[in-house]
Design a protein around this ligand. Structure first.
Ligand SMILES: CC(=O)N[C@H]1[C@@H](OP(=O)(O)OP(=O)(O)OC[C@H]2O[C@@H](n3ccc(=O)[nH]c3=O)[C@H](O)[C@@H]2O)O[C@H](CO)[C@H](O)[C@@H]1O
Length: 396
């Protein structure tokens, strides 16, 4: 065949491949994914203008109903032996401390009651061998009472500061410093009272998921847990994307792209072995790796993480991410070190307790911190007790 003919047929084949790649990309990214994902809150295709307000209202309404149900639940529960968790054993394997303050905004949502209702269900499902001891740490030190904590007194042990400590704590510090001091108080008091082997601290709007105790138990059976200051059990869903600058996520992203592309190309080569030349496969591998990476990111990493719930062994442990402390595991006696670090810092807006802990774990030699994914709690607090709230809270 003359040379120009060979070149022409090569060019035709190449442009044919490029066209196929283009058509596939347009169909996937402009038709299929937008159709499937436009209602998924954490997907890039989510149409905020159409769905955000109505979804936020719906979630708010559901939260209110759950709160009223929880109130009714605790008001109607009789204090039988099985519903009482207030007798705390010494040296338990795990102590869960729930930190709570009286909320002014969103008080009808009874976050604490919701969390404790879920917790009591989880504790009951553990059977006679309790999976944890639980303390409610009521840190309200103003003139008002924490009504929800009061309701729970018949069922759980509630710890508070003494009146003298309360008076001392009332001096005019900013909210973030007060929040930190409250946290330190709960950590130390819990340790002092129960001497547990490990501690989990939950904020009062952190609703534990069904897999909570199973996964915490599994984490504690791994050696890394005892070389860490804390393990974060929650990270906000909106910050779980690959396009957030966490180095290990980039590795996961490229790895998933490569695995997807290799699997696809191997199945192609199985069904049509003649079309599988080396040059084609390298270009194809590159294209499909990028194709899968883009598809996963646009769909939303959050949804992919949910697949890991299949087994506790599949939960990913990685270096800790910065934001938020609604659910924290302090293995061994690390809660005492954390309390000491927090005590030595002064918190202000922009340098709240979550940032202080993160910085400590990064800068103090020998300290490390980890995060586990997917989340072990749902954050149900639409209203913040430390920051100003918008008139209508939104999901994003
Ligand atoms: C979901 C999320 O992103 N939550 C984070 C956000 O809290 P939020 O702004 O969401 O505030 P929040 O209402 O969830 O309060 C956090 C916790 O602090 C407790 N509390 C509040 C006031 C007080 O004077 N004393 C006290 O102990 C309260 O009971 C709750 O357990 O910012 C905090 C730092 O500022 C923490 O990093 C929270 O994890």
């Amino acid at each position: 065949m003359p040379r120009w003919k060979t070149l022409f047929s090569q060019h035709l084949r190449r442009s044919n491949t490029v066209t196929q790649a283009l058509v596939l990309s347009v169909i996937t990214f402009c038709v299929i994914l937008p159709l499937c994902c436009h209602r998924l809150l954490y997907s890039y295709y989510f149409i905020k203008t159409m769905y955000l307000d109505s979804m936020s209202e719906e979630v708010l309404h559901e939260g209110l109903v759950r709160g009223q149900d929880a109130l009714q639940f605790w008001q109607s529960t009789s204090t039988t032996a099985s519903s009482r968790f207030s007798d705390i054993a010494q040296n338990p394997e795990l102590l869960v401390i729930v930190v709570s303050v009286q909320r002014n905004e969103g008080r009808d949502f009874h976050y604490l009651l919701q969390v404790m209702q879920q917790m009591s269900g989880l504790l009951e499902s553990c059977g006679s061998q309790r999976c944890a001891e639980v303390l409610v740490c009521d840190v309200e030190s103003g003139p008002q009472e924490n009504q929800d904590a009061k309701i729970l007194e018949d069922y759980f042990k509630v710890i508070r500061r003494s009146s003298l400590e309360k008076r001392r704590n009332r001096d005019s510090v900013n909210t973030f410093e007060r929040e930190k001091r409250d946290y330190v108080f709960c950590l130390r008091k819990g340790w002092e009272l129960v001497q547990p082997k490990n501690i989990v601290v939950l904020e009062d709007d952190a609703l534990p998921k069904q897999d909570f105790f199973t996964v915490v138990k599994h984490l504690l059976s791994r050696t890394f847990a005892f070389q860490t200051l804390y393990v974060k059990l929650y990270h906000p869903e909106r910050l779980q994307r690959y396009w957030n600058p966490e180095p290990y996520r980039i590795l996961e992203w490229v790895g998933l792209g490569l695995v997807g592309a290799t699997a696809l190309l191997l199945s192609f080569s199985y069904w049509n072995p003649c079309s599988f030349s080396f040059t084609l496969s390298v270009t194809h591998l590159l294209f499909f790796t990028l194709y899968f990476m883009a598809a996963i990111e646009l769909l939303g990493r959050h949804y992919l993480l949910e697949v890991r719930r299949f087994s506790p062994q599949l939960y990913a442990v990685s270096p800790a991410t910065e934001c938020c402390t609604p659910a924290m595991l302090f293995p061994g006696n690390s809660s005492l070190r954390a309390a000491e670090y927090l005590d030595g810092s002064f918190c202000v807006k922009g340098n709240a307790k979550d940032i202080v802990l993160y910085q400590m774990a990064r800068t103090i030699p020998g300290e490390r911190a980890h995060s586990v994914e997917p989340n072990l709690i749902t954050h149900i607090g639409a209203f913040s007790s430390v920051r100003g709230n918008p008139l209508k809270p939104r999901l994003l």
